[in-house]
Ligand binder design. Structure first.
Ligand code: NDP
Length: 296
C-alpha cells in the first residue's frame, strides 16, 4: 500500500483564503482590521525565519502586522512591559511572542502576562484550562491544524484509537485533549513509555510530536492508519553537497508510507497549518473582542 499524502500546504492555503474573506468582511461590515503583534527576542535563525513568514502571511490576508524586535540581552522587565503595552493597545487583537526565548528570560511569566483574549498561541493557562473543560477559547495552533487535517480525512473521529507521541504543553497535551474532546480513545506516549512500537501499532491515528528525526518506523504503523508528523528536524544531507542539510519529520516517511493509509509530509504537512491557524485565531480573537460571532 502506498499512503495518500496529506497536502497540508494546499489545505493551509485554502484556510488562509477563508481568513482573508473574513478579514475583508470585518473591514467592510464593521470597519475593523485585525492586528497581530509578533515579538522576537534575539537572533535565533530558525525563529527569524518563522517570524518573517508569519508577518508576511498576516499582511497577505489583509491584517495589520506589528513587528517588535528586541535584543537578546533585553531584561525580563522590559519584555513584560512591552507585552503589557500590547495588551492595552486596541489595534492589537493577537499577541505572539516567538519561543524559545534566549536563556535567562522567563517564558512562563511572559505566557501568563499575555491577555487571555489576545493569546492567539493558546498557551495561557486559562486557555489551556478552557480546552480541558470543553469551553470555547483560543486553542494552540499546531494541534488545531492537526485536528483540521484529521477531520478533513476521517470525518468523525469517535471511537478511533489515537496515540500522541509527546506531552509538551504546546503540542502533545493540547493535541490529546482535542482528540479526547472529539471522542477518540487517546494514549499519550513519551520518553518513559514502555514498548513504544507496540503502543503505536494499536493506533488508527498516530501524532508524532517528539523532535527526533525519523524515530517512528514503518513497521510500528498499523496498516491503513492516519499519520500526522509534527516534527521538524534539520539533518545533514551530504547527498545534496558538502555542508547541506534537509528537513525531516519524526516519522520515517518512506517506510511509513508503505503501510499507512495517509501521512503528512515534512515539509509541507503540519508546518503551514500552524501559521494558517495562527491567522484564524487572530480573527477569532478580533470577533470576540468586538462582541461579534466567531466564524465557523
Ligand atoms: P518537546 O521537546 O517540548 O517535547 C517532546 C516530547 O517528546 C516530550 O514529551 C518527550 O517526552 C517526548 N520524547 C522525547 N524522546 C522520546 C522518545 N525517545 N520516545 C518517546 N517520546 C519521546 O517538543 P515540542 O512538543 O515542542 O515539539 C515536538 C516536535 O514538533 C519538534 O520537532 C518541533 O520542532 C516540532 N514542532 C513543529 C511545529 C510545526 O508547526 N510543525 C510546531 C511546534 C513544534 P518527555 O516529556 O518524557 O520528556
Amino acid at each position: 500500500m502506498v499512503a495518500e499524502r496529506i497536502d497540508g500546504k494546499a489545505f493551509a492555503a485554502g484556510l488562509r483564503g477563508q481568513v482573508a474573506q473574513e478579514v475583508a468582511r470585518l473591514k467592510e461590515e464593521h470597519g475593523l482590521t485585525p492586528g497581530l503583534a509578533v515579538v522576537l527576542v534575539g537572533e535565533d535563525p530558525a525563529s527569524q525565519v518563522y517570524v518573517r513568514s508569519k508577518e508576511k502571511m498576516t499582511v497577505e490576508v489583509g491584517m495589520n502586522s506589528y513587528a517588535h524586535r528586541l535584543p537578546a540581552d533585553v531584561s525580563q522587565g522590559e519584555l513584560i512591559s512591552l507585552v503589557r503595552t500590547l495588551n492595552a493597545d486596541r489595534a492589537v487583537n493577537g499577541i505572539l511572542v516567538q519561543f524559545p526565548l534566549p536563556k535567562g528570560l522567563d517564558q512562563q511569566q511572559v505566557i501568563e502576562t499575555i491577555s487571555v483574549v489576545k493569546d492567539v498561541d493558546g498557551f495561557h493557562p486559562q486557555n489551556a484550562g478552557r480546552l480541558v473543560a470543553g469551553m470555547p477559547g483560543l486553542v494552540p495552533c499546531t494541534p488545531l491544524g492537526c485536528m483540521m487535517l484529521l477531520k478533513d480525512r476521517l470525518g468523525d473521529l469517535s471511537g478511533l484509537n489515537a496515540v500522541v507521541i509527546g506531552r509538551s504543553t504546546i503540542v502533545g497535551k493540547p493535541m490529546a485533549q482535542l482528540l479526547t474532546n472529539a471522542s477518540a480513545t487517546v494514549t499519550v506516549a513519551h520518553s518513559r513509555t514502555k514498548d513504544l512500537p507496540e503502543v503505536v501499532r494499536r493506533a488508527d491515528i498516530v501524532i508524532a510530536a517528539v523532535g527526533r528525526p525519523e524515530m517512528v518506523k514503518g513497521d510500528w504503523i498499523k496498516p491503513g492508519a492516519t499519520v500526522i508528523d509534527v516534527g521538524i528536524n534539520r539533518i545533514d544531507a551530504p547527498e545534496k553537497g558538502e555542508g547541506k542539510t534537509r528537513l525531516v519529520g519524526d516519522v520515517d516517511f518512506a517506510g511509513a508510507s508503505q503501510v499507512a493509509g495517509a501521512i503528512t509530509p515534512v515539509p509541507g504537512g503540519v508546518g503551514p497549518m500552524t501559521i494558517a491557524c495562527l491567522l484564524a485565531n487572530t480573527v477569532t480573537a478580533t470577533c470576540k473582542a468586538n462582541g461579534l460571532p466567531v466564524p465557523a
